[in-house]
Design a protein around this ligand. Structure first.
Ligand code: 3PG
Length: 332
């Protein structure tokens, strides 16, 4: 049975270029954002495909509700942790993402947050808005000569390394897959985690959240770090243990932290809220991919893959973002 996508439900805010491209290829698009789960379960029965970012959760319940009609879920972004991929595969629902489309934006936000931990631009700017002129309170430190540990040397981690190296930082990194030669090409000295902890002045994580990376930065690993280490998480909530950072900020073990992602979004837990309001924490609301350029890229990439799946254009043939090839095989 060939795969034909005729109607697409867009569940999260994606750039209009996605809709335009799909419609140019005869695919109808309906926008229904922030649907409560019961309504989403009703709606998916009426569509061949859905497009999401990280807000909408495509759970086993949603997939079961869409069984027989829903055939594709496109993630306009990288992380598919909001989609139950095994349940999708069981229902022959193809899951695809756009892995590279937002990596430069996520990388740039990481670099900006590293900078914000070195120089207190956020509180200093706030003090100016409040009418104060406190030059003495907002002195910082140079990044030049400091050591940045990059944990996870995929697209984003490597781009961060390349940029921060030009600031004169020493870049050390860990990744179970990346070879030493690949790391070296991005200016990174590949090491084991045990070698990394005592050397790092800054730690930035760029892995997915999987069992092996949950609490990768924890009280136990922080104990092996320098006093005054600074940490950044633009990847996924849960890779850095928030309570461990709060404890570290209190003891001085951690001198600063920047978070763009949280175990629960929007944050509800008291620990996350305490972290966000801590004076030595810079917090942003999951903005890694939120740039004009990244949003156009992921929107176009997801649409191109839908058109490729339909086979109606020789211009678009790549379905490189398909996560569950087993589900795709069902239609070939
Ligand atoms: O996984 C991703 O691509 C990023 O976390 C961005 O998520 P967003 O598309 O919800 O901004």
């Amino acid at each position: 049975m060939p795969l034909k996508i005729k109607n697409v439900l867009v569940c999260d805010a994606v750039d209009k270029s996605c809709v335009e491209l799909l419609e140019q290829h005869g695919i109808n698009v309906t926008y229904k954002l922030k649907l409560p789960v019961e309504q989403l379960c009703q709606e998916v029965k009426n569509f061949d495909a859905a497009i999401v970012r990280s807000d909408t959760k495509i759970t086993a319940e949603v997939l079961a509700a869409g069984a027989g009609s829903l055939k594709v879920v496109g993630r306009a972004g990288a992380g598919v942790d909001n989609i139950d991929v095994p349940a999708a595969t069981a229902h022959n629902v193809v899951v695809l993402n756009t892995p590279g489309g937002n990596s430069i934006s996520a990388c740039e936000l990481t670099c900006i947050l590293i900078g914000a931990l070195a120089r207190p631009v956020v509180p200093a700017g706030q003090s100016m808005k409040e009418g104060r002129w406190d030059r003495k309170l907002y002195s910082g430190t140079e990044l030049y000569g400091k050591t940045l540990a990059v944990l996870g040397l995929g697209r984003i981690g490597r781009e961060v390394a390349i940029r921060m190296k030009t600031w004169g930082m020493r870049i050390i990194g860990y990744d179970p897959i990346t070879t030493e030669a690949e790391a070296k090409a991005a200016g990174i000295e590949k090491m084991t985690l045990e070698e990394i902890w005592p050397l790092a002045d800054y730690i930035t994580v760029h892995t997915p959240l999987i069992p092996a990376t949950r609490n990768l930065v924890s009280s136990e690993t922080l104990a092996k770090c320098k006093h005054g280490v600074k940490v950044v998480n633009v990847a996924r909530g849960g890779i850095i243990d928030e309570q461990a950072i709060l404890d570290g900020l209190e003891s001085g073990k951690v001198a600063g932290a920047a978070f763009d992602v949280y175990p629960e979004e929007p944050p509800e837990s008291a620990v996350t809220k305490a972290l966000i309001s801590h004076p030595k924490v810079v917090a942003t609301p999951h903005l890694g991919a939120s740039t004009a350029e990244a949003q156009v890229r992921v929107a176009v990439e997801v649409a191109e893959q839908f058109i490729a799946l339909n086979g109606t254009s020789s211009q678009y043939t790549s379905t490189a973002g398909v996560i569950n090839k087993d589900a795709l095989a069902h239609y070939q």
